[in-house]
Design a protein around this ligand. Sequence first.
Ligand code: PLP
Length: 371
Amino acid sequence: MLRVEIDSGLIRDNYALLCSKTTSRIMAVVKADAYGHGLEEAARCLYSAGARRFGVGSVQEGARLRDCLDQPFIYSLLGPVTPEDYQLLYQREIIPFIHSWEQLKALKEVACRDSRVIPVTLKLETGMNRLGFRPADILHLLEFWEQCQGLKLHMLASHLSLADNVRGRQEVLRQLEIYEKCCQAMQARGHEFERSLANSAAILAHPETHLDCVRPGISLYGDNPFENTPWASKGQGLAQAMQVRAPVLAVHDLKKGGGVSYGLCFTAPRDMRIAIIGCGYADNYFRGLSNRGWMFFQGQRLPVLGRVCMQLSVVDATRVEDIAPGCGVYALGGYGSQAVSAREMAGWLNSISYEVFCSLGNNPRQWTRTG
Ligand SMILES: *Cc1c(COP(=O)(O)O)cnc(C)c1O
């Protein structure tokens, strides 16, 4: 019963703010259904703000984007996974991020068979120990590339592990150094390509990582990676585009000593008034918010009382006058100083804003425009 409201004006403003922070090209990251905001809507909105490069999560997402935008660059950040992906990516002109020899060889076969030249982004492993070619592979990569037809090296990319940590700068610079050495080795042998390293946090805090192309994701949707840290001002002006509303189903009194919801994990310390809200863990309003979360109603914070159920939650409505069945409360968002940010909710859950957006974004969405 949750309703997700997304303000396209704020996404455009966030994009403009990021443009003002860098002179590099910008690849707007819209993977995972634009972090739960809706792939097509978010991409159209960013396109109208000037974005011409998009990073998607899969070749399938890339194909969807190809159908709705006029001539963008589309990068599949996860590259091809299934055999069908290899066909699809060159049919739909999606530039894959490639992390393994198997992918590279399979792609070369497709290119040679159809006498095509397929542009490729190579993903380098510089410290995450996740996906990518290792710096020790660089000579081997050079050899491959020098006798390779059919594949064109478009970009060398890597990903930072600690860019959003105010104590992570040394590691960012260490990764940058490893990355640049690899780039220089390729360049020294005459290869030309773009360099790309920075995610949102690095755009805001580590300008030396901007290189040729930056890849903002979470900041487009308004999350400040440095909220509540000494670097908070670096993300000042970003505005959360997603709000989530839930209906008030009932309001009633709870006598001192009365318990609430399964397990009676909350007991009223005094006479109270409570509101029953139509949202629960089936709507990805996490059960971990039981006795921890807060909702927003008319400028005030209402604490979640007791366990979050499958489709219902309970909040303390003692201090708000006008709350009644038919009203909506904000499970996420709101306005003014008491609004609930994704990052704050993530803190209550021992999670991150990314997961909050991706999860709550699975509910029915409505795009609006205030700005
Ligand atoms: C998700 C992703 C990004 C965007 O990261 P944010 O922290 O959301 O800005 C950039 N690059 C790659 C490769 C990614 O997978």
